[in-house]
Design a protein around this ligand. Structure first.
Ligand SMILES: [Zn+2]
Ligand SMILES: [Zn+2]
Length: 267
């Protein structure tokens, strides 16, 4: 038997208003891909209308919980219950009381906004032409440092997301901007996600790039894998490629999460 593909820990549901397919279809797709464990990590609801059009309302959250609980039986793939929580200025008071009350298996922490700019949204792409790209990257990683310092999250989602539409900077600038974030992630005992949605975007590679992944490995930062699927066909997308990249960076293990406790798992 070949080694099964790693767990896919980044799956969305139609509750976020920009994904399609029932959770059972995502699970069936995972099974067909030879994935034995998945975690739904839909976009977190917020109490303050932050980016409300890309996420469930707080009043939808019980539906989310029930949809996922309905799949938690003895069959494979095993189904976990998680959330992709946004880090933004002012998020902390709510998340600090709300996250621990939900009994999640995994909490991804993601930065999708810099101030009022949803920099990874196709709708807000034009703004990239009027900004200083290296400054955007520096601001982004400053945000990741603050995210890590909250100690609210288990794993950073799509670690180098500003490259999504192809806005690249030199390796030297990238490294200088990212190292403080990697150090903060390591100090927080967090992991980072190898997110394969970048293969479906102009970035044309996983998040993070192999350079950053090697720096993460040097800091003993654990990894896990996520397709960021917004439709069932995307489950496990390019995982074979991403595993190869992880091995190049020196990784021999991925990570399982249950009730937010990490456990190493051979790659
Ligand atoms: Zn989404
Ligand atoms: Zn995300």
């Amino acid at each position: 038997m070949p080694t099964p593909l790693p767990p896919d820990y980044h799956l969305h549901t139609p509750l976020c208003k920009h994904a399609v397919g029932a959770p059972a279809e995502y699970r069936a797709a995972a099974h067909a891909r030879g994935i034995e464990e998945i975690c739904f990590t839909d976009h977190v609801p917020t109490p303050d209308a932050y980016d409300a059009r890309h996420r469930m309302a707080l009043s939808d959250f019980p539906t989310y919980r029930e949809m996922i609980a309905a799949l938690q039986d003895e069959n494979l793939p095993k189904v976990h219950f998680g959330i992709e929580a946004d880090y933004y200025e002012g998020c902390e008071d709510f998340l600090r009381q709300w996250l621990p009350a939900q009994n999640f298996d995994l909490v991804l922490g993601s930065v999708h906004y810099l101030d009022d700019w949803g920099f990874d949204s196709p709708d807000e792409l034009p703004r990239w032409s009027s900004v200083d790209v290296p400054s955007v990257w520096r601001n982004y990683f400053d945000c990741v440092v603050r995210l890590a310092n909250t100690r609210l999250f288990d794993v950073v989602g799509h670690f180098d997301l500003p490259k999504k539409f192809g806005h690249r900077i030199s390796e030297t600038t990238l490294k200088a901007a990212a190292v403080p974030a990697l150090d903060a992630v390591a100090a927080a005992g967090m992991g980072i996600e190898i997110n394969t949605s970048g293969y479906r975007r102009p970035a044309k590679e996983q998040y993070p790039a192999v350079l950053l992944l090697s720096l993460a490995r040097e800091r003993n930062i654990p990894i896990c894998f996520g397709s960021d699927a917004h439709q069932p066909e995307e489950v496990g997308h390019e995982f074979e490629t991403a595993i190869a990249v992880a091995r190049v960076a020196g990784y021999t293990q991925t990570t399982r999460f249950e009730k937010r406790r990490p456990q190493p798992l051979a790659l």
